[in-house]
Design a binder for this molecule. Structure first.
Ligand code: COA
Ligand code: AMP
Length: 655
């Protein structure tokens, strides 16, 4: 562990020297003289530096003679399209689209909301915003109009860039009616919508003209045809590159703000040292540009490194089969792949013997990186034995932008431990705190740390969030005040005697469905919109493929008569309409009463333990223990339950 330990220790002991050195991988317009500058109990990275992200991702590679290297390989398993873009071609497309945005009034610091499927236009639009110093906010295509409207209202973009639609297995998703609905809900904010017309999907800018007062609908191709290419605009290192909304504990999502310079430096470091990817290498990240993984390791990371990135539109299974990932790896000679454990579990379910993996198909693959949710040791072993490549489970969050823990294979290929997300990355000083804030780090046998809240000593390294859009208070309240001096990750876990970190689950009401982070609060808000629902609780229960799934428990208003089937149908469609299909919400259980403490707090943890068949203790603070019997009976009657509800009640606990 010597090489790794030396690097990590130096990053904590000499952050200034370590990160200024790492900053050498970036082309700055004005080179920073300082790395870390404290601002009260907050901080800033490279504040005196200026740069342009699009220049660093494209122009500098072209200018250094690599314009003919392939930057982007678009592979659609949905409609069979395959397109390659060299660095020179991508720069050309980005510069023209940046010019088009500029002609629509977009300038440095403006927000542009992107609601796009997994096509090259998504990458082009992101980089075009970055070229102008405008701030993009990408919204995942699986979110409904209400979620889109919430983000428009918060980020206040003047321009929305969208497409006629996306493709899901067996159906097309028409975006324009959703965009229109969102604009009607978030009235008077957006002045222009640019529409990329996708073949085979109904809807176009012309058809939308005049549908929303004050909004001009422009066709992408026509706009670009008359646009002059725009040069990169240098911005301050601290200038926001993007806002990415993520679920918190409340119904309203948090706009995570990412700076430009710190992010560029952190990603460059991670590409070389964590992913071991440089110019000439190919990385395949099977995520979506709507998530942080897509931002960092489909778009910015690989392009900063001068590597080739694969933009994959499709699913791990069914498009057309469970062999598609391996074909992509083979055909594009992928060196590093990144996916969510859910994707592996989905493949394993249909192809447990890996029959779709032909001999030598993944010979180019050196490492499969997994993140987004807990990687269960069984799936780890299946992938490890079946693929015979290095498997790296690594842990990070939308907020951190790059891994908190990983095996830095470019520094030292440490031995993985199934169930662990390995060791802290540079700048991450991980501590385990008890509920009262007591430091448990190193208090276990042989210097291990018992399970508790995982926190990160501030300052956080470059690349991590610099705020929550529009609310300094929310930023502090969400992350910095629970444990002063630390960033609270919201995850619980422990550290073993070798310093390996085990992330076991969330400490808040955030759930993780197929690697997608969802707020139970936002789902509950939707369930209570139904006129029959008096009270509700949404919890994340075990799901064999998706890790967790959202399950709703509702009580009905007095004198309401509605069948379970009808209520379920209506609640499912309400969630689909307001949150989107991605919530994959299907489980509804009607209860007479919800289990609560005497102060009215719903006992979600106990509910989850019962639903998942775990042993549990009846909390001493429970208002009426017999309510749990009702829950057990209802769960036993539920046709969708995965686990046998646990009926083992032991004595009251203080928990
Ligand atoms: N636009 C519109 N709808 C979308 C969408 C998008 N971009 N992405 C997903 N959806 C829809 C799906 O079509 C599905 O709709 P349905 O209820 O009508 O079938 C619903 O949202 C749920 O989707 P999903 O969670 O993807 O479930 P699935 O059953 O379609 O697929 C998996 C299961 C395992 C294949 C899929 O969850 C998967 O690929 N997971 C990996 C996720 C991942 O890579 N996460 C990375 C985050 S870092
Ligand atoms: P997101 O912000 O959507 O990337 O979700 C971040 C959350 O996903 C983390 O706070 C964890 O709860 C969970 N997570 C991500 N990666 C891992 C991992 N490798 N192991 C366990 N949980 C993870």
């Amino acid at each position: 562990m010597t090489a790794y330990r030396d690097v990590w220790r130096r990053s904590l002991e000499d952050p200034e020297g370590f990160w200024l050195e790492a900053a050498g991988a970036i082309n700055w317009t004005t080179a920073p003289r300082h790395a870390l500058v404290p601002r009260g109990d907050e901080w800033s990275w490279f504040p005196d530096g200026t740069l342009n992200m699009s220049f660093n991702c494209l122009d500098r590679h072209v200018e250094s003679g690599h314009g003919d290297h392939i930057a982007l390989r678009y592979h659609s398993a949905m409609n069979g399209t395959k397109e390659d873009y060299t660095y020179a071609e991508l720069r050309e497309r980005v510069a023209h689209f940046a010019g088009a945005l500029r002609s629509s009034g977009v300038t440095t610091g403006d927000r542009v909301l992107l609601y796009l499927p997994m096509t090259p236009e998504a990458v082009i639009a992101m980089l075009a915003c970055a070229r102008l110093g405008a701030i993009h906010s990408v919204v995942f295509g699986g979110f409904a109009a209400t979620e889109l409207a919430v983000r428009i209202t918060d980020a206040r973009p003047s321009v929305v860039v969208t497409a006629s639609g996306g493709m899901e297995p067996g159906r097309v998703v028409e975006y324009l009616p959703l965009v229109r609905k969102a604009l009607e809900a978030a009235e008077g904010i957006v002045s222009t919508v640019v529409v990329c017309d996708r073949e085979g999907i109904p809807g176009s800018a012309d058809e939308m003209a005049g549908t929303v007062p004050g909004v001009a609908w422009l066709d992408w191709d026509r706009l670009v045809a008359t646009a002059e290419p725009a040069p990169p605009v240098p911005v301050a290192s601290s200038a926001p590159l993007y806002i990415l909304y993520t679920s918190g504990t409340t119904g309203s999502p948090k706009g995570v703000v990412r700076d430009t310079g710190g992010y560029a430096v952190a990603l460059s470091w991670a590409m070389r040292n964590v992913y071991d990817i440089g110019a000439g290498d190919t990385m395949f990240t099977a995520s979506d540009v709507g998530w942080v993984v897509g931002h960092s390791f489909i778009v910015y990371g690989p392009l900063l490194a001068g590597a080739t990135t694969v933009l994959f539109e499709g699913k791990p299974v069914g498009t057309p089969d469970a062999g598609e990932f391996w074909r992509v790896v083979h055909d594009y000679r992928v060196k590093a792949m990144f996916a969510a454990p859910t994707a592996l579990r989905a493949i394993r379910r249909v192809d447990p013997e890996l029959r779709q993996l032909s001999k030598g198909a993944v010979a180019s693959l050196e490492t499969l990186f997994l993140a987004g949710e807990r990687l269960d040791p069984e799936t780890w072993r299946w992938a490890n034995d079946g693929l015979r490549v290095r498997i790296v489970d690594h842990w990070w969050q939308t907020e951190t932008g790059w891994p908190i823990c990983a095996i830095p294979v470019g520094v030292e290929a440490l031995q993985p431990k199934p169930g662990s997300t390995a060791v802290p990355m540079p700048g991450y000083d991980i501590r385990i705190l008890g509920t009262g804030g007591d430091d448990l780090t190193g208090t276990g046998p042989r210097g291990s740390s018992p399970e508790g809240n995982i926190v990160l000593r501030t300052p956080l390294p470059p690349g991590a969030l610099t705020g929550v859009w529009g609310s300094a208070e929310r930023y502090r309240h969400s992350y910095l005040t629970a444990f002063p001096g630390y960033y609270s990750t919201g995850d619980a876990g422990y550290i073993d005697e070798d310093g390996y970190v085990f992330v076991m689950g969330r400490t808040d009401d955030v759930i993780n469905v197929a690697g997608h982070r969802l707020s139970t609060g936002s789902l509950e808000e939707v369930l209570t919109m139904h006129p029959a629902v008096a009270e509700c609780a949404v919890i994340g229960i075990y799901d064999e493929i998706k890790g967790q799934r959202a399950a709703g428990f509702v009580t009905l208003k007095a004198h309401v008569a509605i069948s379970q089937e009808r209520l379920q149908r209506e609640l499912v469609s309400l969630v689909r309409e307001h949150v989107g299909p991605i919530a994959a919400f299907r489980d509804v259980t009607i209860l007479d009463r919800l289990p609560k403490t005497r102060t009215g707090k719903i006992l979600r943890k106990t509910m989850r333990q019962i639903a998942d068949g775990e042993t549990y203790k009846v909390p001493a603070t429970i208002e009426d223990p017999t309510v749990l019997d009702g829950l057990i009976v209802a769960l036993k009657a539920s046709p969708r339950r995965a686990s046998e509800p646990s009926a083992m009640l032991s004595g009251p606990s203080a928990g």
